[in-house]
Design a protein around this ligand. Structure first.
Ligand code: 5GP
Ligand code: 5GP
Length: 227
């Protein structure tokens, strides 16, 4: 009986330690989407994916584990490189919603691998494995249809300048949460809407009010360039 009890205690300790090992070491996620027109303007050029010019929509940049104090973990498991077979059922959705615009042209796999290795490996849990990470990001993009949210407020990619406050308000009206906006400066020195940051709970499924708003610089009026 005494032996059984000591085994039981040992099992409890092992279980406790394993929970500690897989528990997430970050406070929330930034879900970051980019406007392709601004990416291409900042870089003075960009390269369309081998599958062709992406549709004129926000594309996913990444789902980034983040801490409230502004720090963030990165490259947490170099032994866990992205395996194409793990996400084969998601490839066509990723090509559409997470296109890579850097040069030279690619299929997108290099960008997805980079994001998984740099950010995804720091969020690994039972649910957030390679497949779960990309599936979570795709679902979040569907939930927050930024282009529709902006269009509903009369804000569209037509090279016009819009009030930064109205952009944030339009996204808040549609999603319930205030985003962070990052701008870039194009070669004509215009401040353009480049990335939209939304905050997500550590399960990767629910938007939350940002515990720490990403501090990025934008002018009070920003251009929404055509793509
Ligand atoms: P940049 O210097 O262009 O703003 O960021 C370069 C890269 O650093 C980003 O693509 C991202 O991988 C990482 N990064 C920049 N800012 C943040 C941040 O606030 N949180 C996290 N988790 N990663 C960031
Ligand atoms: P970060 O480390 O900033 O999260 O990711 C940026 C890295 O992904 C850079 O090495 C960049 O060249 C590559 N990358 C590939 N495609 C894209 C893209 O469409 N947008 C951005 N922002 N980076 C891309």
């Amino acid at each position: 009986m005494r032996l059984n009890f000591s085994i039981f205690i040992k099992l409890l300790v092992i279980q406790y330690l394993s929970v500690l090992c897989v528990s997430e070491d970050f406070d929330f996620f930034y879900f970051v989407q980019q406007w392709p027109g601004s990416y291409c303007d900042t870089k003075h050029s960009c390269c369309y994916p081998r599958t062709g010019k992406p549709v004129a929509d926000f594309g996913i940049h990444g789902l980034w584990p983040q801490n409230k104090d502004g720090s963030y973990p990165q490259n947490c498991n170099p032994d866990n490189a992205l395996d194409e077979d793990q996400i084969s059922d998601l490839t066509s959705s990723l090509q559409k919603d997470w296109p890579s615009l850097s040069c030279p042209s690619s299929t997108g796999f290099r960008f997805w691998s980079h994001e998984w290795e740099k950010h995804g490996t720091c969020a690994e849990s039972e649910e957030i494995d390679q497949h779960g990470y990309f599936e979570a990001a795709l679902k979040l993009k569907e939930k927050a249809n930024l282009l529709q949210a902006l269009r509903n407020a009369g804000i569209q990619p037509d090279d016009e300048f819009y009030d930064l406050g109205s952009i944030k308000e339009a996204i808040k009206d549609a999603t319930g949460f205030t985003p962070g906006i990052e701008c870039n400066i194009d070669p004509s020195k215009n401040s353009q809407i480049y990335q939209v940051f939304m905050c997500v709970d550590i399960s990767g499924s629910e938007f939350i009010e940002c515990p720490a708003v990403p501090k990025r610089r934008c002018a009070s009026k920003v251009q929404f360039p055509k793509f």
